[in-house]
Write a protein that binds this ligand. Structure first.
Ligand SMILES: Nc1ncnc2c1ncn2[C@@H]1O[C@H](COP(=O)(O)OP(=O)(O)OP(=O)(O)O)[C@@H](O)[C@H]1O
Ligand SMILES: [Mg+2]
Length: 534
């Protein structure tokens, strides 16, 4: 169990937390939700002891072990994969190291013998003999096969590293498990495996995510961070969402009878709890749900940024010609003789499951990497703006504040008032525009990257997973902005609805690097694929 007492923290003038009191208890999976920049990652760091709150404290029950999903993907480059996983249990790893050192000694004394016996005892207690096989099971489950287990971390791709770090956090059944956006870099299969793992996990889990499908599948509770407080709700994400919407509606229609509304809510709860069979505690949850009253549910303070991309000029007749692009990465042919012609009204979604292939195609088109063979040619009237999957190079180590950062990308108007106005529409207001870009949250960085693209006036947009990190309101705003965009675009996203509502053409890069190319919507494409399989 982990207990939070009176925790307060503020940055500049902004209060992230004010007197937060909360207990996270075993057997539950808490989904920590909140707008981009609300303080979720900061809160997990406080729980993990990485940041001291200005007031209050956090207590872990005595003898309990806490594990965190590491955010730095390059922390273990020199270590082997299996070893990295075991390092998740630091005491066990330490014993293994000490044991090895003792047995390596040439002059093994009686004292060493006693020490070794002691270590062996503790090693056995911690299930040390099963450590390697346990670690291997986790890795296999996440899709990292045996032949990788003794490779160095440095040899792995980005998404493979994420899986190993996830296995590290899960290793050895920690008492409290903290996961910050674990699904962001995972493929569908690994996400499903993680869902199953978390549903069966008996200890305490606190997970930050913007993925409502994932939250619905794994959470027993929702912890909503809003107004500097964290409110706990029993139930999954949809239940929290529907009821908070309902609460908002009720406040707006104050003239309607409250009692009528309470009935409506109760009926809703009853309906919901009848469907809550997936939960391991369906019955206890039902009881709790029955006790919920109107006053327990508050409307949220979440806001929508304003996203609109306006091209400086229209695309002429030529947009993009791609001919015979071929590229091999790490010995795998990810693109094989790819050819297509992009029209000026095309909104192309790259939907293949090989993310490396999708990213490679976009990077080639942006001139960031060279193809092994083949050519591409942008029309003379086109201008491109690119949203890379990894934006760290734009922010890491930067000493600029938000206004200065954005000024770099504002060719026309460099004035502070213009930039402030622009940032305001992207939900950065007041003193906030004076903070350093290096401290921004994941979603805030994405909002900055989108601002940069909006200022570019480009008539072709290339976007690689722009929905990662964004909260639901921002995804919606971006979704609308791209539906209304009058230029051409080519993009990837894990968000089904996003792809369905924007794309009018689908390019599916196959495992062998060839493409299927259809002028259709995503759902029609999936239906077509399904019919073909039958
Ligand atoms: N050292 C700092 N100085 C000033 N502001 C900071 C500092 N560190 C973080 N912040 C701000 O605190 C807020 C909370 O950041 P945090 O990363 O916890 O957000 P988050 O809820 O995880 O958001 P996201 O959903 O985008 O990941 C952000 O507005 C961020 O810019
Ligand atoms: Mg975060």
């Amino acid at each position: 169990m982990i207990t939070v007492n009176n925790v307060s923290l503020q940055y500049g003038g902004r209060k992230l937390f004010e007197d937060v009191n909360i207990k996270f208890t075993p057997g539950n999976c808490y989904g920590l939700i909140g707008a981009n920049g609300a303080g979720k990652s900061t809160f997990l760091k406080i729980l993990a002891g990485e940041i001291e709150p200005q007031k209050g404290d956090v207590q872990l029950s005595p003898g309990e072990r806490l594990a965190v999903l590491k955010q730095n993907h390059f922390e273990y480059e020199e270590y082997e994969v299996l070893e990295t996983v075991i390092m998740g249990h630091s005491r066990l790893y330490q014993i293994m190291q000490e044991k090895d050192a003792l047995y390596m000694k040439a002059d093994f004394t009686e004292e060493d013998g006693m020490k070794a016996a002691e270590l062996e005892g503790e090693f056995a207690e911690l299930n040390g003999w099963e450590a390697e096989s346990d670690a291997a099971i986790l890795l296999n489950g996440l899709g990292i096969p045996e032949e990788y287990h003794h490779k160095k971390m440095a040899e792995l791709t980005g998404s493979e590293k994420v899986k190993v770090l996830l296995a590290q956090a899960l290793f050895g059944k920690p008492d409290v498990l903290l996961l910050d956006e674990p699904t962001n870099h995972l493929d569908l299969k690994a996400i499903q495996w993680l869902e199953e793992f978390l549903i069966n996990f008996e200890n305490t889990v606190i997970v930050v995510s913007h993925d409502r499908h994932f939250l619905n599948n794994v959470c027993t509770h929702i912890a909503d961070l809003d107004f500097g407080k964290i409110e706990l709700y029993v139930g999954n994400y949809d239940f929290w969402y529907e009821s908070s919407q309902l609460a908002q509606k009720m406040m707006q229609e104050a003239n309607k009878k409250k009692e009528e509304k309470i009935k409506e809510l109760q009926a809703f709860i009853a309906r919901f709890s009848a469907n809550a069979s997936k939960s391991r505690q369906a019955t206890s949850r039902k009881k709790l749900l029955e006790k919920i009253t109107l006053d327990d549910i508050k409307p949220s303070s979440r806001r929508y940024p304003y996203v609109a991309f306006t091209p400086d000029r229209e695309i002429g007749n030529d947009c993009l010609m791609v001919e015979g692009l071929t590229k091999t990465i790490d010995g795998v042919k990810v693109l094989d003789n790819v050819s297509f012609y992009m029209n000026k009204t095309d909104k192309i979604a790259l939907v293949g499951s090989n993310e490396v292939a999708n990213t490679t195609l976009l990077r080639i088109l942006m001139g960031e990497i060279e193809p092994d063979s083949g050519t591409y040619r942008w029309g003379v009237t086109t201008s491109q703006s690119y949203f890379p999957k990894d934006n760290s190079e734009y922010f890491d180590g930067s000493d600029l504040d938000l206004v200065e950062w954005l000024r770099q990308y504002s060719p026309v108007d460099q004035s502070e008032s213009f930039l402030r106005g622009f940032l305001g529409r992207m939900l950065f207001s007041g003193e906030e525009v004076k903070k350093k870009v290096s401290v921004l949250s994941g979603g805030e960085k994405v909002r900055c990257m989108l601002s940069k693209m909006m200022l570019s006036g480009a008539n072709v947009l290339l976007l690689d997973e722009p929905t990662n990190h964004l909260d639901l309101e921002s995804i919606q705003a971006l979704n609308n902005g791209l539906i209304n965009f009058k230029g051409a675009m080519i993009f990837t996203s894990h968000d089904h609805q996003f792809v369905q509502t924007i794309a009018n053409r689908i390019i599916d890069i196959q495992q062998d690097g060839t493409i299927i190319d259809k002028q259709t919507t995503y759902d029609e494409y999936l239906e077509m694929k399904y019919q073909l399989k039958k």
